[in-house]
Write a protein that binds this ligand. Structure first.
Ligand code: 13P
Ligand code: SF4
Length: 346
């Protein structure tokens, strides 16, 4: 299983290793109606298409396990942006949400960037409509604009520098202390960065609907039930969750923490997709997804946008080379500048 931290290692298995001859045959037409097709056929078909088209599949940790297992690279937003930047594939299939695929396109204007489902958006990105955001920054002309990568290409283009949850503290610390700063669009990540850096930030009023739906009451009950457990949380969670946490960090940081910390039980306050990868890196430890307010089937937090992507849609997108991400070149250039400033910080 490919883990975070190795963006060069794009090809894991040769197609011949993975596919017996009969599967290869059926893989040539997995959409055909006469033969019964299996998940194995779908995987084989996607691998064939990838090879034929020199395509790479990048997937976020919040994707379903089957998509993560199929992907050439699985990572958090920062690692995925870096992987997209280093890719030499003709086609990048981005299994994540729209702003992530847009980021890949901003960095790779010459490559075709595909998404499994164009409707896979993000409540945070949607909380900052470009026209409203423009008015906001125009009314604060002296502020430096730091935008979290979870925003549209238009908002990136209006920003001075981008950050992810992995490097937000470092990005804000890199700015001269005398500059006032706007931080958008996530007010909880912004408030967290404010507490850590001691810098006053003017916060845009946006939230991630998934992280604000983690129930503090149910979480406290769980902590009572597992007294030795450590709570780890993504900084998009509200402060009342972060105050209880033993570790706060991006998805990659949470993965690293469960490996290095001696505790045997962790309650994980972020989107439940991360548990797939986490279970593989710490097989002997107990991992519990933090519960949501909603009494849903998984008793956990799931991003409905991330979960719009399916294996079938990945296959279709690679086959038909659509839906594709297109960007206005003037917007892309400005957004690239803000992204490259972040990437130059490492
Ligand atoms: P990461 O930057 O940790 O990958 O988080 C992305 C995201 O969408 C969190 O909800
Ligand atoms: Fe956006 Fe939240 Fe989904 Fe992440 S989990 S993609 S921030 S809606």
């Amino acid at each position: 299983m490919l883990q975070f931290g190795s963006p060069d290692n794009f090809v894991r298995n040769s197609i011949e290793d993975m596919c017996p001859a009969d599967v290869m045959e059926r893989a040539a037409d997995p959409g055909g109606s006469e033969i019964e097709h299996t998940a194995e056929d779908m995987i084989a078909a996607i691998r064939l298409l990838k090879r034929e088209k020199n395509a790479v599949i990048l997937a976020h940790y919040y994707q379903t396990p089957d998509i993560q297992d199929l992907a050439d690279f699985v990572g958090d937003s920062l690692a995925l942006a870096q992987a997209a930047d280093r890719s030499n594939a003709d086609i990048i299939l981005f299994a994540g949400v729209h702003f992530m695929a847009e980021t890949a396109k901003i960095l790779n204007p010459q490559r075709k960037v595909l998404v499994p489902d164009l409707k896979a958006g993000c409540s945070l990105a949607d909380s900052a409509p470009p026209a409203k955001f423009r008015k906001f920054i125009e009314s604060h002309p002296l502020h430096v604009v730091v935008s979290y990568i979870n925003c549209s290409a238009e908002v990136k283009a209006m920003s001075d520098i981008i950050c992810t949850s992995s490097n937000a503290v470092c990005v804000v610390n890199s700015l001269p202390r005398e500059h006032p700063i706007i931080f958008a669009p996530d007010k909880h990540l912004g408030a967290y960065v404010q507490r850590i850096t001691g810098r006053e930030l003017l916060l845009w009023d946006g939230v991630c609907e998934v992280h604000v739906d983690i129930s503090i009451d149910k979480l406290k009950l769980l902590l009572g039930k597992y007294p030795g457990a450590k709570l780890i949380a993504h900084p998009e969670c509200p402060q009342h969750i972060l105050d209880e946490a033993d570790h706060v960090g991006s998805t990659s940081s949470l993965l690293e923490f469960v490996q290095r910390d001696p505790a045997n039980t962790f309650i994980v306050a972020t989107e439940a997709g991360i548990l797939h990868n986490m279970k593989q890196v710490v097989q002997h430890k107990k991992l519990i997804a933090a519960p949501a307010y909603a009494d849903n089937a998984c008793a956990c937090s799931e991003c409905p946008y991330m979960k719009l992507n399916t294996m079938e849609k990945v296959y279709r997108a690679l086959l038909d080379e659509t839906p594709e991400i297109f960007l206005d070149e003037a917007i892309r250039e400005k957004a690239e500048l803000a992204l490259r400033r972040m990437m130059a910080l490492g």
